[in-house]
Every structure is written in structure tokens, then in C-alpha cells.
Write a protein that binds this ligand. Sequence first.
Ligand SMILES: Nc1ncnc2c1ncn2[C@@H]1O[C@H](COP(=O)(O)OP(=O)(O)OP(=O)(O)O)[C@@H](O)[C@H]1O
Ligand SMILES: Nc1ccn([C@@H]2O[C@H](COP(=O)(O)O)[C@@H](O)[C@H]2O)c(=O)n1
Ligand SMILES: [Mg+2]
Length: 207
Amino acid sequence: MIFLVNLFFRQIKHLSHKMSKPEVVMVLGGPGSGKGTQCSKIVEKFGYTHLSAGDLLRAERNNPESTVGQLIANYIKDGKIVPVEITCGLLDKAIFASGSDKILVDGFPRNQENVDGWNKQMGDRVSLKFVLFFSCPEEVCTARIMERGKTSGRTDDNIKSLQKRFITYINETMPIVRYYEDLGKVRKVDADRIPEEVFCDVEKLFS
Ligand SMILES: Nc1ncnc2c1ncn2[C@@H]1O[C@H](COP(=O)(O)OP(=O)(O)OP(=O)(O)O)[C@@H](O)[C@H]1O
Ligand SMILES: Nc1ccn([C@@H]2O[C@H](COP(=O)(O)O)[C@@H](O)[C@H]2O)c(=O)n1
Ligand SMILES: [Mg+2]
């Protein structure tokens, strides 16, 4: 009898674990603030799955079968925010294909349309843990991106696209950071330090 009761509760625990929503940490910050770099460290230390909206868009752009490849290419080069149906669709697919219950969503949401689209499509299906925000001066970010541009091959790692990306960041993304701040969801980290020092603060938020 005791064995059966134990088995019953173990099955319930197993099922509720399977049915629980993936926990999402959104990662925001200016171009070159170190989102990708810190996400890799979080993956290594805390076993999260890292999904970068920019990476997913670049992969879709590079897919010759894609019907939105050219549109994405134009938006990226101009530092503009791709329509949310595309980005949220890619994230939705990647989150649930990963089978992971701990997800880093890097570089999303970047504007109000992203927030609205996400809340509509994903709001009930994932749980938002917090928004990790990397604060870094524009001059520092610019120097990092110009250095990365020597080898990255990214079509937007050049001074012309970068200036446009910063305008988008200030005008469209910063209001989103403030929106999550008002909800008490933002965890701000000073990213103008060497990566190891930045991670010292980051890991405290996950421990
Ligand atoms: N704390 C740091 N100090 C110095 N260089 C850094 C630091 N963090 C990252 N970098 C370097 O700066 C560049 C940009 O970093 P990373 O790709 O992580 O930024 P990002 O925020 O993801 O940028 P983007 O928004 O363009 O994708 C990389 O070349 C990376 O090696
Ligand atoms: N939510 C998003 C995220 C990114 N983009 C586009 O991709 C570019 C590169 O993003 P990174 O995070 O890799 O720097 C970005 O400048 C946008 O053009 C987007 O549209 N929506
Ligand atoms: Mg990145």
C-alpha cells in the first residue's frame, strides 16, 4: 500500500514537472553590451538554453527557402526591428523544440510591438523570471562592435548600421527596459568591466 501511494505521488510530481511552463530570462542591453558573451557563461554554469533573437533571424535570413529572408536582411542592415510575427514565431518554435525549462531569450523584446506580440503569443505559455539588463556606455559598445566587425562577418557590424542600431536602441528598446522596471522585473548589471567581473554580478542573480 505504502509503495503504491509513493508511486502515485512520484507520478504526480513527474507529470507536474513535465507540464510546468519554461522559465524565461530576457536579456537586454545595447549593441555590444555583452549579452551573448554573458549568456554563454550562464549556459555553462547554470544549464540554461540560450536563444538569441538576432541569431534566429540571421539563420532564417540565410535559409534559401525562407519567404522572409530578404525582408530580414534589410531590417538587420538598417538596424530596424523585424515585425514581431516573424521573431516571436522563431522564438516560440525554438523554445518548445529545445525541451528545456530554463531559457535565456537574448535581444528580445526590443520594442513595444515585440512586447505586445510576445504577451499575446507566449504570455500564458512561459513564465518570466526577470529581465537581465546590461548597462554600458555607447562609446564602449561602439569600440567592441568595431573590433568584432573585423572578423564577425555580420552585415550590421559597421559604423553606418551601428549608428542606426543605437538610435533604435535608445528610442525603442530603452522604453521597454523602463516598462519592465516599473513591473519590478529588471536586474541591472554594469557591463563596462571585464567579462569575468560582469559575470560575478550576473551569477549572483542566478544562484
Ligand atoms: N565585458 C567585456 N569587455 C570587453 N569586451 C567584451 C565584453 N563582453 C563582450 N565583449 C566583446 O564585445 C563584443 C560584443 O559582445 P557580445 O557579442 O557578447 O555583445 P552583444 O550584446 O551580444 O552584441 P549584439 O547586440 O551586437 O549581438 C564581442 O567581440 C565580445 O567578445
Ligand atoms: N527582437 C529582435 C532582435 C533582433 N532584431 C534584429 O537583429 C539585429 C541584430 O540583433 P542582435 O541582438 O544580434 O544584435 C537587430 O539590430 C535587429 O535588426 C530584431 O529585429 N528584433
Ligand atoms: Mg548578441
